[in-house]
Design a protein around this ligand. Structure first.
Ligand code: ATP
Length: 271
């Protein structure tokens, strides 16, 4: 078992946001945490990443009890976090943003090699390495936030709503890339999404939260076909903008260049 969450409870004052939530993630698994607004998805992963303190429950990462640990220490046990809204540092360059991901690392001997690996996954970041992050489109900023989390060398990557505010074609590319990282690097992924269909399409397992509790869990492929899940969380059908198969997993530079004009148009909206 890579991550085990047992009876997690998160409160904000009197608001009981997460109620006895339990789940586990195996190495190499993609798990989608879906549910409507306010269901407790973000609070659950913030507790896993050390950004909110659970009131009760236990979180284990491999053999370490990480319950209530600070986020800097949680990064060191191998959990990388990509926050909602792609919080990059706009007045820093692409390279400086990426290097921030390596800040907490003790072993820096392989940094140059890892930077090259990340540039291989995101050729657009290599091209723009010396430009300010502020000048990137929303999709490129999401790539940068992802790249920064990868620089922490995670075994588990936790993402909060990576599709939020991005054009459907960019969402498709981001999800294809997550699939590729999972396949090629064996990276485990915990993905919070309101775009439940897109998330379940790439996930091995899905968990549906409702008012802070686990309402359903199971194989993602079964959940996508489940009429109840479709009616409640997939907008009544599988007719999603990212419903076509995500199988290439290859984010070529050309793909991004092709979508650049589109990104530029969406840039205002996404920011
Ligand atoms: P969303 O997609 O809208 O972020 P979510 O499923 O991620 O939804 P959470 O953000 O975890 O849900 O919120 C769960 C509950 O906790 C909601 O009722 C929300 O209003 C409340 N909540 C979240 N953050 C805070 C906070 N910082 N202070 C007070 N209440 C909060």
């Amino acid at each position: 078992m890579l991550l085990a969450v047992e009876d997690l409870n998160v409160y904000y004052g009197h608001i009981h946001a997460v109620k006895d939530v339990s789940f586990a993630i195996e190495s190499g698994e993609i798990v989608a945490l879906v549910g409507s607004n306010g269901a407790g998805k973000s609070s659950t992963i913030k507790a896993v990443c050390g950004l909110v303190k659970p009131r009760r429950g236990k979180i284990m990462m491999r053999d370490s009890d990480i319950t209530g640990m600070r986020s800097e220490s949680i990064v060191r046990v191998g959990i990388g976090y990509v926050p909602e809204g792609r919080r990059v540092f706009p007045q820093m360059s692409v390279l400086e943003n990426l290097m921030l991901g390596a800040y907490a690392r003790r072993d820096k001997s392989t940094l140059a090699q890892e930077l090259e690996t990340i540039y291989g996954y995101f050729p657009i970041l290599a091209q723009r390495r010396n430009q300010l992050a502020a000048g990137l489109s929303g999709g490129e900023q999401q790539m940068l936030a992802l790249g920064r989390a990868l620089m922490t060398r995670p075994r588990l990557l936790v993402l909060d709503e990576p599709s939020l505010g991005l054009a459907p074609i960019i969402v498709k590319q981001v999800f294809a890339l997550l699939q590729r990282l999972n396949r090629e690097e064996g990276l485990a992924i915990l993905l919070v999404e309101q775009n439940a269909y897109a998330a379940l399409r790439i996930a091995h397992r899905g968990i549906v939260l409702e008012t802070g509790q686990v309402r359903l869990h199971g194989k993602a492929a079964d959940m996508v076909k489940d009429p109840e899940v479709q009616a409640l969380y997939l907008g009544g059908s599988s007719d999603s903008p990212v419903s076509s198969p995500i199988d290439s997993g290859t984010l070529q530079q050309n793909d991004l260049l092709k979508t650049d004009a589109k990104s530029a148009v969406n840039h205002q909206v996404e920011k």
